[in-house]
Ligand binder design. Structure first.
Ligand code: PHE
Length: 448
């Protein structure tokens, strides 16, 4: 694939494996390793975990399948896909939500990815403190306050833009094929290490034992938001990727595999983080900084901690890149195909927008920390608004559209699924997904 702008030149991922590897590459990223543990920590552990898993299977897989189907059958960006399927104004709303959210997510995501580069270099140069157990928080503050994160955010966005300039296949496919399995192995190794920690039992209980007394509307909303964010759903990202799938790619199988592997990585991250949190007497409720404060402690337990830490942050940085490349692809495909820009120009435009947003988010941990809207900093606001509201609304539109407004999806994409899967998916898309999303959104604003 050469990543050229026009539809007739659109290329196709070479193999079935490449299709799975790239969708998993998009799904697995900071959402699993940074966001999942911090959201689970803030929302009471087990209760959040149960809801998250239920949402992945009940809402995530059907919406993923629907996005795949719309993308492959139209071979278009989100606007073009709805347009070709006669989505009318609803499609335009979904398109605007998708493009806007992708740019907002790219903004705050680049800041966190910038922290991973900061930690990568600090590990490499031996600056991360692996001996003083109390130092994690102070070190995080030292490394990420002031203007420094701005520099790392810019560097990260530069790397992202560079990969996008080189075209879709070369950059994304090769990187994800090799790196995702390696990251996975490293996580398993760290999980084994978690077994040896004194707080293992407490950490595991915290993560897996639901306390249903904690099941508040905000836990439900956050767990649903996490499922959407982690699966890159609701903003047309998977739709855009599926537009590069070949006819032979099994949509159902790819959806289930992606959801399964994505959740597995999130759970592994939880199994690494929470035993360490309890072993070192830290608070699970630290929020977005949790993982960065806890991980140095985890590495301090391992012989050769500095090497593990360097390798881990390197892989996390690359996993973030495969995700940001996918979210950038949403607006780039739109600018190319709907606004008739060249690919390079489209890439520069979306990077420039993300740069402005990224700077605001990076500064909200330092000079702009007092600037709050509804009690949230700009960083928190972008994160909350996109994950908990925009993506679920985008997902609701996809499910209503495919469930009710497309007459026979099978005729749109004959190779989509076998008929049993089809009717199961359609039931979910008609009733379960829109119903659950609507109830949770209304519940969280107190209307139910
Ligand atoms: N799913 C990615 C992650 O977990 C984030 C993402 C969100 C990517 C939306 C693309 C679109 O890190």
């Amino acid at each position: 694939m050469t990543g050229q702008p026009k539809i007739k030149e659109r290329a196709v991922f070479a193999t079935k494996f490449a299709a799975v590897a790239t969708t998993v590459g998009s799904a697995v990223g900071l959402g699993n390793i940074w966001r999942f543990p911090y959201e689970a920590g803030v929302h009471g552990g087990g209760a959040f975990m149960i809801c998250y898993v239920v949402f992945v299977f009940l809402i995530g897989i059907p919406v993923l399948w629907a996005e795949f189907m719309m993308g492959r059958s139209t071979r278009s960006n989100i606007f073009g896909a709805y347009d070709k399927l006669r989505g009318g104004w609803l499609g335009r709303v979904a398109g605007i939500i998708g493009i806007l959210s992708s740019l907002l997510i790219l903004s705050f995501y680049s800041v966190v990815a910038g922290w991973t580069i900061e930690y990568l270099f600090s590990s490499l140069l031996g600056w991360l403190n692996f001996t003083d157990i109390g130092a994690g928080h102070d070190q995080f503050v030292e490394l990420t306050s002031g203007w420094r994160p701005v520099l790392w955010t810019v560097i990260f966005l530069f790397c992202n833009t560079f990969i996008l300039f080189r075209g879709v296949t070369k950059g994304i496919e090769r990187a994800s094929n090799i790196l995702m399995p390696l990251l996975f192995l490293l996580l398993i190794l760290f999980c084994c290490n978690a077994f040896t920690m004194p707080g293992f039992g407490e950490g595991i209980r915290y993560l897996f034992k639901p306390d249903f007394g904690q099941l508040t509307p905000s836990v439900l909303l956050s767990a649903m938001g996490q499922a959407f964010f982690s699966l890159s759903l609701g903003l047309g990202c998977m739709m855009t990727y599926a537009s590069y799938f070949s006819e032979r790619t099994g949509l159902m199988r790819t959806a289930v595999t992606t959801a399964f592997l994505d959740s597995l990585v999130a759970v592994l991250a939880g199994v690494i983080i929470f035993p360490a949190v309890f072993s070192f007497g830290l608070s699970p409720e630290a929020g977005p900084t949790l993982v960065f404060e806890v991980l140095p402690h985890v590495f301090s337990q391992l012989p050769g901690g500095q090497c593990w830490s360097t390798l881990f942050f390197l892989l996390l940085f690359l996993a973030s890149l495969t995700s940001t490349v996918s979210m950038s692809e949403i607006s780039i495909a739109y600018f190319c195909e709907e606004q008739h820009m060249g690919r390079r120009r489209a890439t520069l435009v979306s990077s420039a927008i993300a740069l402005v947003g990224g700077l605001l988010c990076a500064l909200s941990f330092g000079p702009l920390s007092d600037l709050t809207i509804a009690g949230m900093t700009i960083f928190e606001l972008f994160d909350y608004f996109t994950s908990n509201i925009a993506l679920p609304v985008g997902g609701m539109i996809v499910s209503i559209f495919v469930g009710w407004m497309l007459n026979r999806p099978a005729s749109v994409d004959r190779l989509a699924v076998k008929s049993f899967h089809m009717s199961l998916m359609m039931t979910c898309l008609r009733w379960v997904c829109p119903g659950a999303i609507l109830l949770i959104l209304l519940n969280s604003i107190g209307l139910l």
